[in-house]
Structure formats: structure tokens, C-alpha cells
Design a protein around this ligand. Structure first.
Ligand code: PAF
Length: 273
């Protein structure tokens, strides 16, 4: 496994490789969710590149950039055991200069849901993903369905900017009790960990209602809010796969999303029906 920190060196390394390349961008603190992205990339490609870069431009002032978990050595071990061919491990100065060109998230879809409470967050995400995709030039890039809005906006960017990469969505990995894996789960104390289960419970409740034939979005969202109480709710939404609001669940075309604060930890989750 090669570890490369310079963007130009990585471009040079990949230049003459004629293999299909699967790319898994991460911010480190790798867990089973990332491993499932790597596995999928290995299944579908001849070579796998993982980037580990804690991207400062997607954090707003006062967010958790400084305390975001860093596990460089464990991450390298996980990549090596998972059969990754190359880790791209740049410093901030390798990725950003001064007076930068950047990608702007769309004015509507980039500023609802998570983008409403974190205005500008998706500019940072799209800019770094564009840079990473240009450096690696992969055949396919892998993103978790858990960050559904991120996945939606990256897919939109690739489509609207006519980029040459296939975006592959990968299912959310959960703990046995339902909690969706996230690098931020590490912030939860014991009591908060119990409260956090309400997020997955609310989605299970929604899914159970749909199974019983209740398709009215407001009815479902009201029940979800009851399950989530008294957590601080950023949003509960029922949208189609293009992220337009749905008055009624459409099986095969629906995402139900929720984002809450548990203590001071922001947790998001969703199900695709
Ligand atoms: O989902 C993440 O870990 C990050 O937002 C990403 C896509 C690696 C960009 O920094």
C-alpha cells in the first residue's frame, strides 16, 4: 500500500495506470461504514484509492473541526487490512492556497436541511470533492447514503458539470441496536448514546407506518417527532429521490430524513423507501 501526500505526485502515480479505479473520499476516523465503502470499491474496481483529509472548508466557525477525531495510524492499518492500494493523505496546504477558486452549492438544494443550519457547508464539501476527483480521476467514487444530501449534491455536481465519474451510493451501516455509524458517535456519552437511538427508532416507526399503508407525509412526520421528543430537531423531512418534498410516500422514490442534536452532537440519519 502506497501513502502519498502530494496531489501532483498522486496524479503522476495514477497517470499511466490503465486499471479501473475506485475512490473512497474520507475525513479519517474510519469505521465499519467506511470499510463497507472500501469493500464495494474493491468489488467493482481493479484498484482502490482512499483519501484521508479533514477538510477545513466544510466546517463553519465554532463547529467541531478542532476536536474532530483523528486516528491516522489506526486509519492506515484499516486501509492496509482492507486491501487499499493507495492512501492519499494530504496536508491542508497541499489542498488549498490563497485566493481560491471554489464550487458554490446550488442556492436552493444546498441551503435546505443540513445546509440551512450549516450555511456554506456544502460549498466546502463540493469544492474539496471536485479537487479530490480531479486529482484521482477515478472510474467510480463511493459515498454513504447516510449523508443523503451530500450524496445528492455531489451527484448533481457530477451531472451538471459533465464530469466523468460514476457516483456509487452505499447503504448505511448500523450498530446492532440501529444507531447509524458516524465518526461523531464518539462524542456521545453513555446517556446520550441511549437518547441517540431515538433517531433510528423514529425511522423504524416511519417505515412501520408505511408498511401498514399510512402514506401521508404529515402523519408520518408527526409520529416521528413524537418518537424523537424531547431531542432538539433540526428537521424531519419526507422527500423524493431528487429531494423535492412529497405529500405522500412513493415507494421506490422516497427518502425520509432526520437530523437532531443529542447533547451537543449533531446526528443525521435517513431511510430510503
Ligand atoms: O463525508 C465525508 O467524509 C466528507 O464530507 C467528504 C465527502 C470526504 C468530503 O470532505
Amino acid at each position: 500500500m502506497k501513502i502519498i501526500s502530494s496531489p501532483l505526485e498522486l496524479k503522476e502515480h495514477l497517470k499511466n495506470i490503465k486499471l479501473s479505479v475506485g475512490f473512497v473520499p474520507t475525513m479519517g476516523a474510519l469505521h465499519e461504514g467506511h470499510i463497507s465503502l472500501i469493500k464495494k470499491a474493491k468489488e467493482q474496481n481493479e484498484m482502490v484509492v482512499v483519501s484521508i483529509f479533514l477538510n477545513p472548508t466544510q466546517f463553519l466557525k465554532g463547529e467541531d473541526l478542532e476536536k474532530y477525531p483523528k486516528k491516522d495510524e489506526a486509519d492506515k492499518k484499516i486501509c492496509s487490512l482492507s486491501g487499499v492500494d493507495v492512501i492519499f493523505f494530504p496536508q491542508t496546504s497541499d489542498m488549498y492556497g490563497v485566493d481560491e477558486v471554489s464550487i458554490l452549492a446550488p442556492k436552493v438544494r444546498g441551503y435546505v436541511l443540513e445546509g440551512q443550519s450549516r450555511p456554506g457547508h456544502f460549498n466546502g464539501v463540493l469544492t474539496v470533492v471536485m479537487k479530490l476527483l480531479n486529482i484521482v480521476n477515478p472510474t467510480r467514487a463511493y459515498f454513504g447514503k447516510k449523508d443523503a444530501q451530500q450524496l445528492n449534491l455531489i451527484s448533481l455536481m457530477v451531472k451538471q458539470l459533465f464530469m466523468n465519474v460514476e457516483i456509487v451510493p452505499v447503504d448505511t451501516v448500523r450498530e446492532k441496536d440501529g444507531l447509524a455509524l458516524s465518526s461523531r458517535n464518539i462524542y456521545l456519552n453513555k446517556d446520550e448514546r441511549v437518547e441517540a437511538l431515538k433517531v433510528a427508532s423514529s425511522l423504524r416507526a416511519a417505515s412501520a407506518m408505511v408498511s401498514k399503508g399510512v402514506l401521508n407525509s404529515h402523519e408520518i412526520m408527526d409520529s416521528m417527532r413524537e418518537v424523537l421528543a424531547p431531542l432538539e430537531i433540526f428537521y424531519v423531512e419526507i422527500l423524493d429521490r431528487e429531494f423535492n418534498p412529497l405529500l405522500h410516500v412513493e415507494i421506490g422514490n422516497t427518502v425520509i430524513l432526520v437530523e437532531v442534536n443529542v447533547g451537543t452532537t449533531r446526528l443525521l440519519d435517513n431511510i430510503w423507501l
